[in-house]
Design a protein around this ligand. Structure first.
Ligand SMILES: [Zn+2]
Ligand SMILES: [Zn+2]
Length: 446
């Protein structure tokens, strides 16, 4: 009884302290906001495609250097040996945990149609030689500006925390490969190995000013699979002399629809999507082969393995049924480079940070959205077997009135990657700065 009373008294004495601190951070965010909004608009107007983040990484690196961080640029090696534009900025402040806070740097080959004054007009040539528009249609510019704000504020209140803050500007998130490139370049050996890794991603499903906390699996694992169904080509008018890979492809596509519906437990989330199919050149020729590109999603590795085995088995089965000779058996290739594990928000860390966010933003501004089947390479920072607890926050970006209207009419708002995606910068940016500051501060609190 006595202890409980003492605890209550202690809590009562702590409460105003917490509020005062939150107020304090809020006024610091207010002070930073005009400059951060300018940084955001500049980044938004100058987007760069994955693996080409030269200007973006330099902008972030300069700003962090000015804020007092020890900055290393061009961190990261891609699997083909080429150099990446990763940024690592370290602020050492005594003994304590190492906290990694990550933002992406890259934009998308999307032509912006928002009509905003600071809309991107950038055009470039992509790897395939096509001219494309470039746009921050995923909001990575918002994440950069928010993290920069938090980095500045934390550098200005070093008396409040103890530990090492490690800011990561990660290239090539959209093409998956940036996180592994940075890790492969000795991120955890050349620089301190983190005790926690945090990040945030904006979403048009939550109104700006609010955030979403998912505990446990938050985003799915993603695996790319290439399937080449090889037949025997011939004249379109003499199908009996050929083994038609177009018909095989049609059968294959329908058959793999049963992987999720019949072969995986309804309680295990899974997706199998055929995203591309190419075969043939003319009306009256049966081609030699058809190439398909698939993406698969799941939370557990067990389900992932089942899906991949089923794809392989189905391809072989279809070829067998068609009577394709053994030396023309289908080729099923699981892409090593285009695999990311599920993003698993450490439940203990998510629970701790949820309370921190509720104190910083107000209880009603912290929601619990559902997990998604989208994928991210942020999970790689936790290392194989979840060695480092990670947490990715969802940052609300929708105009509250537009979101309410969309829920009423059932017409969805422009999604991430849409040419019309337009986050409500105020208060999303303010909320992003507050959230990252509060989370890092708590993890390194004195
Ligand atoms: Zn994206
Ligand atoms: Zn993104």
């Amino acid at each position: 009884m006595g202890t409980a009373k003492a605890e209550l008294l202690l809590l009562a004495s702590l409460a105003p302290l917490l509020t005062a601190q939150t107020q304090d951070i809020r006024s610091l965010v207010d002070r930073e906001l005009p400059a951060l909004t300018a940084v955001y608009q500049d980044l938004h107007a100058h987007p760069e495609l994955s693996q080409h983040e030269e200007r973006t990484s330099a902008t972030l690196a300069d700003a962090l250097r000015k804020a007092g961080y020890a900055v290393t640029e061009r961190v990261g090696k891609y699997s083909d040996g080429s150099q990446a534009f990763g940024v690592v900025a370290i602020l050492k402040n005594g003994a304590g945990p190492v906290v990694l806070a990550r933002t992406e740097l890259d934009a998308l080959p999307v032509e912006e149609k928002t009509g905003l004054a600071y809309a991107s007009r950038v055009r470039t040539t992509n790897a395939a030689g096509q001219e494309v528009g470039v746009m921050h249609a995923c909001g990575h510019d918002l994440h950069m500006a928010a993290l920069l704000g938090a980095a500045r504020i934390l550098a200005g209140m070093k008396d409040r925390w103890s530990g090492t803050l490690m800011i990561i500007g990660q290239p090539a998130e959209e093409t998956i490969g940036g996180a592994s490139a940075v890790l492969a370049d000795g991120l955890y050996t050349r620089f301190p190995r983190p005790d926690y890794a945090i990040a945030q991603h904006d979403t048009p499903d939550i109104e700006a000013g609010k955030v979403g906390v998912v505990s446990g699996p938050a985003l799915a694992s993603s695996t790319s699979v290439d399937v080449i169904l090889r037949g025997v080509g011939g004249h379109g008018a003499r199908p009996e002399t050929a083994k038609d890979p177009i018909v095989m492809a049609a059968e294959f596509i329908m058959e793999i629809q049963t992987i999720v519906s019949r072969q995986i437990s309804p309680l295990d989330p899974a997706v199998v999507t055929v995203g591309s199919i190419h075969g043939g050149s003319k009306h009256n020729i049966i081609p030699d082969d058809v190439t398909l590109q698939l993406t698969t999603r799941s939370y557990s590795d067990e389900v992932r393995k089942k899906i991949l085995a089923a794809i392989e088995r189905t391809a072989r089965g279809v070829a067998l049924t068609a009577g394709v000779p053994e030396d023309r058996a289908p080729i099923v290739k699981v892409s090593a480079g285009e695999y990311v594990p599920a993003t698993y928000n450490d439940p203990k860390l998510a629970g701790r940070l949820k309370a921190v966010l509720a104190a910083a933003l107000g209880e009603s501004n912290v929601t619990e959205p559902r997990p998604e089947m989208g994928a991210e390479d942020f999970g790689l920072f936790g290392l194989e077997g979840r060695q480092i607890p990670i947490f990715m926050l969802r940052l609300g970006a929708a105009d509250p009135r537009e979101l309410a209207e969309s829920l009423r009419t059932g017409t969805p708002l422009p999604s991430l990657h849409s040419s019309l995606f337009r986050p409500q910068v105020e208060p999303a940016l303010r909320t992003g700065v507050l959230a990252m500051t509060a989370m890092a501060l708590d993890l390194m609190r004195k």
